[in-house]
Design a protein around this ligand. Sequence first.
Ligand SMILES: NC(=O)c1ccc[n+]([C@@H]2O[C@H](COP(=O)([O-])OP(=O)(O)OC[C@H]3O[C@@H](n4cnc5c(N)ncnc54)[C@H](O)[C@@H]3O)[C@@H](O)[C@H]2O)c1
Length: 332
Amino acid sequence: MKVAVVGSGAWGTALAIRLCKNGHDVTMWTFEKELIPQMEQERHNIRLPGAVLPEGLKVSGDYACVSGCKLVVVAAPSFPIRSVSRGIAPFLDEDAVLVSVTKGIENGTLLRMSQVVAEETGRKVVVLTGPSHAEEVALDVPTGCLSACEDRELAEFVQDAFMSETFRIYTSPDAVGAELGAALKNVIALCAGVTDGLGCGDNTKAMLMTRGLTEMARLGISMGAQKDTFAGLAGVGDLIVTCTSMHSRNRRAGILIGQGKSVKEAMDEVGAVVEGYYAAASAYALCKKQGVEMPIVTAAYQCLYEGLSAKDAVHALLGREKKPEQEDAGWL
Ligand SMILES: NC(=O)c1ccc[n+]([C@@H]2O[C@H](COP(=O)([O-])OP(=O)(O)OC[C@H]3O[C@@H](n4cnc5c(N)ncnc54)[C@H](O)[C@@H]3O)[C@@H](O)[C@H]2O)c1
């Protein structure tokens, strides 16, 4: 099948390699045209060191490369997702299936990534997400992801395209939960990094992850997501991988902030896209809009955008009024 992967960052590259290995005819669109000669000749992309680009993988700097493709995977970061989707729209085939693998919530509109892609292209969009470091997928490390779409046929089409012996894809009708899990866990991972940087322990991180998951599900349910999705690959699965690994840019940025670097210094030092930074602003706006309590997201927002120190944020969270763990604790 003819496939285009739109975006040549670490994740687009890893997925393009996977799709090539699955026997598809793949072209990867790149924003960084200056990297094309190196990718074509040395079969290497600086965005994903250590991975070899298969001989069959083509690279293009032209949006028209999506024409004739039956599957188009949008793999740009969240901030240019709208311009990239607008760019490919005129070249899409009538029956092309679109997939969004970007993790974020658009600043301002507060739309999920698949909604932005759908708005710009006029198509239904499948969400592919889960606990998946590009570095590991490129090396065929066994990995599980979720193909989510309310249209079962489309979710299964994407499952078939990506599934391999080492890349196991499950399906779900809950694109809302899958996408909110993907975006919000980056905010919690940034906070987990902050606690690591401050020198807190494993107990702190376990509390943060667990209470973070509660917040994620609370917001998700208020927006129509299924609670169970947050107990799956797109929720707790992705939260675990992001909060505990040094592959995670969000966690690494948080560690630097916890160690006393400014937000800008931390972003510059990580060097790649830190989606949790953008997602924190959207998540904070969304929890206000939905009237949902999200203390960790609020603390993250105040740290990243309002100058609250990491130490003060932790004290503020620990000093909140006492309460039962579950909102429906069951007591009369
Ligand atoms: N890296 C991973 O392991 C991983 C895994 C799952 C999902 N994701 C998600 O995939 C998305 C992409 O992340 P990544 O890790 O591939 O990013 P990356 O930091 O590796 O690369 C960023 C890419 O964005 C491109 N870019 C910069 N400005 C642009 C613009 N104005 N228009 C279009 N492209 C532009 C750059 O050329 C670069 O190729 C993110 O939403 C991320 O959360 C990443």
